[in-house]
Design a protein around this ligand. Sequence first.
Ligand SMILES: CC(C)(COP(=O)(O)OP(=O)(O)OC[C@H]1O[C@@H](n2cnc3c(N)ncnc32)[C@H](O)[C@@H]1OP(=O)(O)O)[C@@H](O)C(=O)NCCC(=O)NCCS
Length: 144
Amino acid sequence: MIEVKKIKPTETYNVRLEVLRKNIPLPYEFKGDFDENTFHIGAFKNNKLIAVSSYMKAENENFKGTQYQLRGMATLEKFQGFGAGKLMMQKAFEILNELNIDCLWCNARVIAVNFYEKQGLQTFGEKFDIKFVGDHYVMFKYLK
Ligand SMILES: CC(C)(COP(=O)(O)OP(=O)(O)OC[C@H]1O[C@@H](n2cnc3c(N)ncnc32)[C@H](O)[C@@H]1OP(=O)(O)O)[C@@H](O)C(=O)NCCC(=O)NCCS
């Protein structure tokens, strides 16, 4: 069984490093990790942290209302496909609803677009490159 709950910012670092920063010379610490509005969610299997994601208050001019940005969504490779990502996003939607947030958006790696679509997000605009990481789409979901 997978359990999802809020975790501390520093708890996200190992999974971010392993999944999102292998051979990528970009920081695994994000500006905003410790902001008071930021929250981080972890997924645990047998008490082992297997997936992480972070949610930060950030406005994107393309969207309306109060907004959060999803960052650092990552599941350890051998635990991918078992529902951890989906459960983390369900928990995030609950928390964002309690916070009365209108829109969740992210910069999605092309390989993760189908995953985000399954969680109800849509792509916005054209594909764009993030140096060292590759092609991305902005994706979003209105929560109300
Ligand atoms: C993308 C990622 C976070 C998904 O997490 P996960 O724990 O494997 O996802 P889940 O097991 O909860 O999958 C939920 C659904 O999405 C599907 N899915 C997961 N990853 C997918 C992918 N890359 N492409 C297509 N579908 C995918 C699953 O099959 C599942 O479908 P179902 O609900 O019909 O059964 C994970 O694969 C990952 O860490 N990838 C590498 C890092 C990355 O690209 N992160 C995103 C950066 S923007």
